[in-house]
Design a protein around this ligand. Structure first.
Ligand code: SF4
Length: 299
């Protein structure tokens, strides 16, 4: 007994203070790639090596629209190896409330050899996208959005029950989700718990591209979850179908089957990324908070 107490005292508190502090990540952790859009000479080499089509381009005449879709990105770093204008960061807080917030695009004029001549349109980021949509939306819609957000914060802000649904994942996301219950990340300090039945759940945390075999089970799970309910798509597969996309066995991203409230990119997203996405869904954090890069040398 005294031995156990002594060990607890000598170990001290291992729980991260995230989100009050930045995520503490290993220097080798891989997060979202960043493109130096102004000095990007050619989108083609990175697009050629990107295994999921997260980097793509569309040429028309002497113009090229180049895109980076974080929903498809598996953070593999191949683009950074192929192109010095791209670097892989360890930034993992990438969750977004809308699919298009994960898409960044820029327009270039082209030289005769099809390399970039000039950046014509500054890359439209998620923040810019959010601003545009806000400016364009009607006052009534804004009011309704505000009411829904306030309701979600009121209902789920202090307590949330989560049902995890594997709709066809490789279980990489599940390994990270299980870590949320460890003393290091300790999801329960936020009043959040995993439950075994959708009937007790407020949120569905859905992983994997939705396989055709799991489509009906996922829809039934959603129907069995009482309203108001939140759906969070986890990982590149959940956000977009990832490396699998849509095919004879896979329906692609979760939003092809259910309405999704928050997307958490990554392959798999680490526990900090998951916490960021879940807290974003219940309105305790803003999507993609402006933070310095995560500290290195941690867990
Ligand atoms: S990190 Fe990998 S998946 Fe992501 S854009 Fe680069 S090559 Fe594509």
């Amino acid at each position: 007994m005294f031995g156990i107490l002594g060990k607890s005292v000598s170990t001290g508190i291992v729980t991260t203070s995230y989100p009050a502090t930045a995520p503490e990540l290993s220097g080798r952790a891989r997060g979202r790639p960043e493109i130096d859009w102004a000095n990007w000479k050619d989108a083609r080499p990175a697009a050629r090596v990107c295994p999921t089509g997260a980097i793509s381009h569309e040429d028309s005449g002497d113009r090229r629209v180049a895109r980076l879709d974080l929903a498809k990105c598996i953070f593999c770093g191949l683009c950074a190896e192929a192109d010095t204008a791209i670097r892989v960061t360890n930034i993992c807080e990438c969750a977004a409330r809308a699919r298009q917030d994960l898409l960044t695009a820029a327009t270039y004029s082209l030289k005769p050899d099809l390399t970039h001549n000039k950046l014509l349109d500054a890359p439209s980021s998620s923040a810019a996208g959010r601003r545009e949509r806000t400016a364009g939306s009607s006052e009534a819609l804004e009011r309704l959005g505000g009411q829904i957000k306030a309701q979600v914060e009121k209902i789920f802000g202090r307590s949330l029950h989560i049902r995890e649904v594997d709709a066809g994942s490789c279980n990489g996301c599940e390994v990270e989700i299980v870590a949320l219950n460890s003393p290091v990340y300790d999801l329960e300090r936020f009043g959040m718990h995993f439950v075994a039945s959708p009937r007790h759940a407020d949120m569905l945390l859905v992983t994997g591209p939705v396989t055709r075999n799991m489509e009906l089970a996922l829809k039934k799970t959603y129907d069995a979850t009482p309203e108001p309910r939140l759906v969070v798509a986890v990982g590149a597969c959940g956000c977009s179908g990832g490396i699998f996309g849509q095919n004879y066995a896979s329906l692609g991203g979760v939003d092809n089957v259910l309405p999704v409230d928050v997307y958490i990119p990554g392959c798999p997203p680490n526990p900090f990324a998951l916490l960021h996405g879940i807290l974003t869904a219940v309105g305790r954090l803003e999507p993609r908070e402006v933070r310095p890069e995560p500290r290195t040398g941690g867990v």
